[in-house]
Every structure is written in C-alpha cells, then in structure tokens.
Design a protein around this ligand. Structure first.
Ligand SMILES: [Mg+2]
Length: 318
C-alpha cells in the first residue's frame, strides 16, 4: 500500500521586498554601501539565531572541521543511510535502477486504473508540471487521461527514464520505483544486498537495546523491501523504523531534527548517523547528531579535510 506523503514544510522568512524605497531596502542599501567601504554593516557583528516564520529555529550546516571525534558512549540510536553505507552503490546503480527502468512500462500497463497507480501518476504529473515550469531539459508533457492509456504511459515512461538517468531524488519517482521493485522482490528476481558486516552489527545493536533506523532517499516501501528480502534473510526484525524524503532531503539539517523528534531519545547527540556523503554528514552534525562517514568499495571520494571520523566496517563501532 502506498505510504501517505505529508507535505514537507518549506516555510522560510521573507528575504526580499518588492517595494522600492521601503525601510528594508534602505537598510540593505546602507549595508551594501558600508560593505563597499570596508565597514561592518550594522547588526552583523552580533550573531543571532535566524527565526522562521513558523517560530522554529533554522538549522544550518556548519563546517565539519569544527567537529570533534564522535562521542559514542551515549549513543542510544543509530540511523543508517543505505547506498554506500549498508549496501554497495553498485547494488542500486546496477540492479535496482535498471530493474525499475526496464519494468516501469510493464508495471504501469498491468496496474493502470488501480488506486495505487492513480496516486503514483498524479504525483508524477505534478512533478512533470513543476519541471516544465522550471525549464528542466528532457521533460515530456503528460497528456490528460482522456488521451488514452498508451499515450499517458508513453509520456510517463519517458519522464521516468530521464529522471532515473539524472539520478533525481524526488518523492514521485521513488514512490513509483518502490512499487516496481516490489514485484521484483516478491518474485525473487531481485534480492537486497548488504555488506557482510551489516547483519551481525544490526543483531548486536538490537540485542543491546540500541534502536536502529534507516534514512534513505528511496521510499520507505523500497527500504522495507530491501531489508526484508536480503541475501541474509529478513533483517527488518532488527530495525525500528524507516525515514524517507518526506521528512526532508538528506542534505538539510532540518530533516535530522525531524528524525530526532521521531526517534525518542532525549538529545540529538544520542543518535549516531552513518552515511557516505559529506553533505549529509554535515547536515546531521548541524542538527546535533553524532556522525561517522562510511568508506566502502566504490564510494565517491570525500572532500579533503572533511573533518569527520570514517569507518570501513560496522564491526565494533558500538
Ligand atoms: Mg549513501
């Protein structure tokens, strides 16, 4: 069954005013003049927390060089990225993505008119319309339902192929991919692949009372399929929950704040986040989580002086 997708709040403060000569624009002009003269602008020497319109504190990524080694003794929960952390990137790029690309037409054709697929198509239509308005290349307009099943599916397949090729991390694509993969997992055409050290670590953490969660840009349904059908069997019994981009993207600190609120520990520093991507690590650190970066075969290189502690296996980190 498709997971409900709550809207992700994008509320932010007003940064610019359209009214010429207003107090705000005059202040900006005075600041820019001072900056041009090499003088500090009024108010800029006193750091103050940015306030959002909804009253929530804005979380911003900070340079990782300011971070120290992770304090692991107080960890009560682990949040795991999948691609490049629990599983080889090649499993995603060489198995999952091609399976979805090669089977999306068959899936849409077989399930056209079902509630689930109607929901998937509605989300894709909305994404395509947004992409067209933003001038994204390779986007194909989706004809209305009245045009008939085949033209609609042709357009959807063209868009999905372009989205997969561009490796876009968008909820509409991930949701549909999850539904295509479900067929593959159920028929055992595909199996979830995890590194050898992952199952024993999950088992050990579970036995010691540490709660483990997954946070991936893949849909929660896809995550459950991967961990429920691995070459080591069903690993979901060691997992307490799954997060996807409905809590926010993985490079936003706010997403990790939301995860902390859901995980049920008193402090964000009681959560250890493992990922292979520096920007995700920096965002999680900015939200107060402890972070380790996973170095696995085939992962992309990290920036120099990234400042995070790295691991090559889950064995013995907790
Ligand atoms: Mg990753």
């Amino acid at each position: 069954m498709a997971s409900p997708v709550p809207p992700v709040s994008q509320v932010s403060g007003c940064r610019a005013c359209c009214v010429p000569g207003c107090a705000s624009s005059q202040l900006r002009r005075r600041r820019s003049l001072k900056a041009a003269a090499g003088l500090p602008a009024a108010g800029t020497s006193i750091p103050r927390p940015r306030q959002r319109l909804d009253g929530r504190r804005r979380l911003r990524a900070s340079p990782a060089s300011a971070t120290g080694p992770p304090q692991l003794s107080s960890i009560r929960s682990v949040v795991l990225d999948i691609e490049g952390t629990t599983s080889p990137i090649s499993f995603v790029t060489d198995v999952l993505f091609p399976y979805a690309r090669d089977n999306v037409r068959k899936h849409l054709d077989a399930t056209y008119g079902s509630d689930e697929t109607n929901d998937d198509i509605a989300m894709l239509r909305a994404q395509v319309e947004q992409d067209l308005s933003e001038g994204i290349t390779g986007v194909v307009p989706v004809p209305p339902d009245e045009a008939g099943k085949d033209p609609v599916i042709d357009a959807l397949v063209a868009n999905v192929e372009a989205m997969i090729k561009a490796d876009r991390k968008i909820t509409s694509l991930k949701q549909l991919q999850g539904h295509v993969w479900r067929t593959g997992f159920e028929s055992e055409e595909i199996k979830g692949v995890v590194f050898d050290d992952v199952p024993p670590a999950l088992q050990k953490w579970h036995a010691s009372g540490i709660k483990t969660y997954i946070y991936s840009s893949g849909s929660r349904e896809a995550q459950r399929l991967i961990f429920g059908n691995t070459t080591y069997g069903d690993l979901r019994k060691y997992l307490c929950g799954f997060f996807d981009t409905t809590v926010g993207t993985k490079r936003e600190a706010r997403s990790y704040y939301e995860i902390w609120q859901s995980v049920g520990v008193d402090r964000p520093s009681q959560i250890l986040f493992l990922t292979d991507v520096y920007q995700e690590a920096a965002a999680a650190k900015a939200a107060g989580l402890e972070v380790l970066i996973s170095i696995r075969p085939g992962n992309a290189p990290l920036p120099e002086n990234h400042g995070f502690q790295t691991i090559t296996t889950f064995a013995d980190i907790l």
